[in-house]
Design a binder for this molecule. Structure first.
Ligand code: NAD
Length: 359
C-alpha cells in the first residue's frame, strides 16, 4: 500500500476544470488498489496574483516542496497575453516553480490512441504506429537568460545560456529512456548557427559514448520540425533544448489528435510535477467542454514515474483507451466526418473514465 501526499494546483482557466477530473481518477485508483492518497491545494498564476499579488506565493512553493507529487493544471490569462508590459505575469509562477523545484526534464509521450487516427489532420497511414518520447530541457536557454530593452526600448534582447552539466543530465535521462524503448535517440539542435547548440551537440556526443547500444542522430531542429509531420514513425526518443522543445512538442501534439490528449511530467531533483501540455484555454473556459484526458493521462505519468506504480498507471491508460473505443469523445477529438461519436462534456468524460476504472 502506497501512502502519498499529492498537491493539487489547478491554476487558471480550464486548469480548474480538468484538474478536478484528474483528482477523481487518483481517488478511484487509491480505492481500487488500496492506496492512501492525501491531498492539499495551492494557488499559482492569475488566481494567485488576484489573491496575493504574486504568481507563486511562498506558501504554494513550500507546499510543493513538502509533497510527493504535484498535479498541475495551467496558468495564463488574456489580460496578460495582450499586455506585454505587465511586470507581474502568471507564467512567472510556472517558471519560478520549475526553477525552485529543480525540474530540469520535461517528459512528453506522444502516442496516438488507434481510435483517434481520424481526429488528427495528418493522414492515418503516416500516423499509425507513431510513438515518440520527448525530453525537453526546462531550466536553461533563452527563457532564463538576461533580457531587456535598449535604444529607448526599440531594441530587445534575450540571452540564451546553457552549461555543460545542464545538457549532460537531461541527455543521460533521454539515453536511459531510449534503452527501455526502441534504442534510438534524436538530438535536435541548431549547431550550424547557435553557440549554445554547438555545446549541446558536443555534450550529447560525449554522453553517447556511455550508451553504445543506442543509435544516435543529431538533427537540425528545422529538419526535425519537418520530419515530425512527414514521417513521425522514424522517431523514438527526442531530446532537445527548452525553446526548441516548447515548439516541437506543440507541433507533435497534432500527432496525438489534440492538445487535450497530451500529458507531461516535469522531473528533476525533488517533487515531480504532472500536467497537461495545453494552456488555460480561455476561449473555452467555463463552457464545460475542455478535454480532461490530458489531466487523466498526467495522473498515469505521476503513478508511473513518481510513485513507481506501473500497474496502476497502465490501468488508467487502459480506462482512457476503453472510453475512446466505446466512441466517447470531447469536441476537440470528435471526428467531423462521422456521426458515430458520443460527444461528452468535461465532467461526463471524467465520469466515463471512472466507470471503466471502477468496473
Ligand atoms: P492553449 O493550450 O490554452 O489553447 C490552444 C487551443 O487548444 C485553444 O483553441 C484551446 O481551446 C484548445 N485546447 C487546449 N486545451 C484543450 C483541452 N483540454 N480541450 C479542448 N481544447 C483545448 O494555448 P493558448 O491559447 O496559446 O494560450 C492560452 C493561455 O494559456 C495563455 O495565457 C498562455 O500563456 C497559457 N499557456 C499556459 C501553459 C501552461 O500553463 N503550461 C501552456 C501553454 C499556454
Amino acid at each position: 500500500m502506497a501512502n502519498k501526499k499529492i498537491l493539487i494546483v489547478p491554476g487558471d482557466g480550464i486548469g480548474q476544470e480538468v484538474t478536478g477530473v484528474g483528482k477523481k481518477v487518483l481517488d478511484a485508483i487509491a480505492a481500487k488498489f488500496n492506496h492512501q492518497f492525501t491531498y492539499d491545494t495551492a494557488l499559482i498564476g492569475h488566481v494567485a496574483i488576484e489573491a496575493t499579488g504574486t504568481p507563486l506565493p511562498d506558501e504554494s512553493l513550500a507546499k510543493m516542496k513538502a509533497s510527493d507529487a504535484v498535479l498541475f493544471g495551467a496558468v495564463g490569462h488574456p489580460a496578460y497575453d495582450n499586455d506585454p508590459t505587465a511586470k507581474v505575469r502568471p507564467e512567472q509562477g510556472l517558471l519560478k516553480m520549475r526553477k525552485e523545484l529543480g525540474l530540469y526534464a520535461n517528459i512528453r509521450p506522444i502516442k496516438l490512441f488507434d481510435e483517434l487516427l481520424d481526429a488528427s489532420s495528418i493522414k492515418p497511414d503516416i500516423l499509425r504506429g507513431a510513438d515518440i518520447l520527448f525530453f525537453r530541457e526546462l531550466t536553461g536557454d533563452i527563457y532564463f537568460g538576461e533580457k531587456g530593452r535598449k535604444n529607448n526600448g526599440d531594441t530587445a534582447y534575450d540571452v540564451a545560456e546553457y552549461s555543460r552539466y545542464e545538457i549532460e543530465r537531461i541527455a543521460r535521462k533521454a539515453f536511459e529512456a531510449a534503452r527501455t524503448r526502441r534504442k534510438k535517440l534524436c538530438s535536435a539542435d541548431k549547431a550550424n548557427v547557435i553557440e549554445t547548440s554547438r555545446l549541446w551537440r558536443e555534450v550529447v556526443q560525449q554522453v553517447a559514448l556511455a550508451y553504445p547500444d543506442i543509435s544516435v542522430e543529431h538533427q537540425f531542429v528545422d529538419a526535425t520540425a519537418m520530419l515530425l509531420i512527414k514521417d513521425p514513425k522514424r522517431f523514438d526518443v527526442v531530446v532537445t533544448a527548452n525553446l526548441f522543445g516548447d515548439i516541437l512538442t506543440d507541433e507533435a501534439s497534432q500527432i496525438a489528435g489534440s492538445m487535450g490528449m497530451l500529458a507531461s511530467a516535469s522531473v528533476g531533483d525533488g517533487t515531480g510535477v504532472y500536467e497537461p501540455i495545453h494552456g488555460s484555454a480561455h476561449d473555452i473556459t467555463g463552457k464545460g467542454i475542455a478535454n480532461p484526458l490530458a489531466s487523466v493521462l498526467s495522473v498515469a505519468l505521476m503513478l508511473d514515474i513518481s510513485f513507481e506504480l506501473q500497474i496502476e498507471a497502465k490501468t488508467v491508460i487502459a480506462a482512457v483507451d476503453a472510453v475512446l473505443k466505446a466512441g466517447y469523445r470531447t469536441r476537440d477529438i470528435a471526428n467531423a466526418t462521422t456521426q458515430n461519436d458520443k460527444i461528452l462534456g468535461t465532467q461526463q468524460m471524467g465520469d466515463a473514465v471512472l466507470q471503466y476504472l471502477t468496473t
